[in-house]
Design a protein around this ligand. Sequence first.
Ligand code: SF4
Ligand code: SF4
Length: 268
Amino acid sequence: MDAPKNKKNIIVPVELGLDSTFTFACTREMPCFTRCCKNAHVTLTPFDIIRMKHRLGMSSDEFLYKYTTLGHIDKTELPVPIIKMQENGENTCPFLGDSGCSIYEDRPLTCRYYPIATGIFHDKDLAANKRFFALIKEDYCLGHKLGKEITIKEWRNSQGIIPYDKANIGWSELILKRKSLWPSIKIPEKSLQIFFMGCYNIDRFRRFVFDSPFLNVYIVSEERVKKISEDDLAMLDFAMDWLKTTLLGENRLKMREQVDEAEAIEAD
Ligand code: SF4
Ligand code: SF4
């Protein structure tokens, strides 16, 4: 649960690192159990959507249409899906069941991190991307008063966060590049649409690759074609290569020589 823009004051303004400690506990016996799943601001990463749509047995198109609304990544115009809270008076998350989160094993990254907020930046001195953390403190959350001391590193391990960071690395890099390399350049609407499709609508992107002249335009090995046809994570990795090629000119995917760029495929 991210801090919505009007609730920034719930973030404790102290930057934390992996070895920083905080005190926290969260159990279903607490009187505040599931309070944090109401009126929550849950942004979704590419891997969240893959996990959740598999869990729910639906396509990414269906998932996005039914469960999300559109937001923007902080300080950019890059789109990001946000879970659409129910209009039931309490603004409850649609995945909240009688005994807690009904998709707990596949809950999104934001929910896994809570009560930690996180971000990533490019450290020019180290020439590397670095993650930073901060504590979110909301009055209703009793976990801060009752818990034991834990490091951020331990929290990340206990919440199964590492595979998410790994799968989302290309997406994070795209966002960082947008923030650092070309912040003042306006991105055309078409580019924002292909960013959205490649990052969040993996099934639509797969149709785009296989039902358009895409594979006549780009050189893709047979082995990779087979992998992306059946594996969403491989497809996400491929989508990131395509976005970095198309949006950043990084040349991750090579075009066939005889193809004139002018006849290159158009994403619908
Ligand atoms: S302790 Fe905090 S995170 Fe846990 S259920 Fe209560 S409000 Fe939610
Ligand atoms: S996805 Fe689950 S943990 Fe996250 S807000 Fe919804 S019900 Fe709560």
